[in-house]
Design a protein around this ligand. Structure first.
Ligand code: ZN
Length: 211
C-alpha cells in the first residue's frame, strides 16, 4: 500500500479516535486504517491526544467509565482486536460486518452491484462492485459519503482514487464515479443520508435499491 494519495482527513480521524464518529463512517475509517500505515500512525497519535484530554477532565464523573467504554468498543469492534480476519480484498472491519461470509451482490444494472452490509438509523454501509470502464450514475448527496477503494480504481470530477484511497463527498459534491479500465472497482461506501440522482430512472429505482 505505498501509493495512497487520499488519506482520512484529520477531523474524521480525531472523531474516530474519540469514539464519536457515527457507526457507518467509523467502519470505513477502521477499514482505511487497516490498509494505510499513515492512517494507523495518525489514529495512534489521536488516541494518545484524546486520552490526555480525557485525563485532564478527571473531575467529570463519567470520564473514566466513558473512556474505557469508548476504547473497549473501538478496540473490540475494529482496529485493535478484530474478531474476523481480512479476506482477499476485504479488510477485517468489512469481514466483521459480513460475519465472515462472502458478499451477497445484488444487481443495480449495467453490471454495477452492491451489498448493503450494515444499515441503521445512523446511515448505511455498502460494498459496491463497478465493472471496468463503467460509471455509477451521476448523483449528489443528502449528507456525507465516504468511499474507500478496496480493489481497482475510480475517478470522478474531484480526482483519481486507487486502492486504500478515501473519498469524502458532501452536499456540495456532485459526481459520476467511473471505474478504471484494468479491473472491476470494489469500494466500501458509507452514507448518512440518501444519495440524490440527477436522472429520472435511478431516482425511480432508489427506494427499491435503498441507495
Ligand atoms: Zn457519491
Amino acid at each position: 500500500m505505498s501509493a495512497i494519495k487520499h488519506h482520512t482527513p484529520d477531523p474524521l480521524m480525531a472523531a474516530y479516535a474519540a469514539g464519536t464518529l457515527p457507526h457507518p463512517f467509523a467502519m470505513v475509517v477502521a477499514a482505511q486504517i487497516s490498509m494505510d500505515d499513515t492512517a494507523r500512525a495518525s489514529f495512534e497519535a489521536h488516541k494518545v491526544a484524546g486520552g490526555v484530554l480525557l485525563d485532564d477532565t478527571e473531575t467529570a464523573p463519567v470520564s473514566e467509565d466513558l473512556k474505557s467504554n469508548v476504547m473497549d468498543q473501538l478496540d473490540a469492534t475494529y482496529v485493535e482486536k478484530p474478531r474476523k480476519k481480512a479476506q482477499g480484498v476485504y479488510p477485517a472491519p468489512v469481514m466483521e460486518a459480513l460475519k465472515g461470509r462472502p458478499p451477497r451482490w445484488k444487481s443495480l444494472g449495467l453490471g454495477v452491484r452492491q451489498d448493503i452490509i450494515w444499515s441503521g438509523p445512523e446511515g448505511s454501509v455498502r460494498l459496491l462492485y463497478i465493472p471496468p470502464n463503467q460509471a455509477v450514475p451521476d448523483h449528489s448527496h443528502g449528507g456525507l459519503e465516504l468511499t474507500l477503494v478496496l480493489q481497482g480504481s475510480f475517478s470522478d470530477e474531484t480526482g483519481e482514487f486507487g486502492v486504500g484511497d478515501l473519498e469524502v463527498a458532501n452536499e456540495n459534491v456532485e459526481h459520476t464515479p467511473f471505474a478504471g479500465g484494468d479491473q472491476a472497482c470494489i469500494c466500501l461506501a458509507a452514507t448518512d443520508a440518501p444519495l440524490r440522482f440527477r436522472s429520472f430512472m435511478p431516482r425511480l429505482l432508489q427506494p427499491l435499491f435503498r441507495i
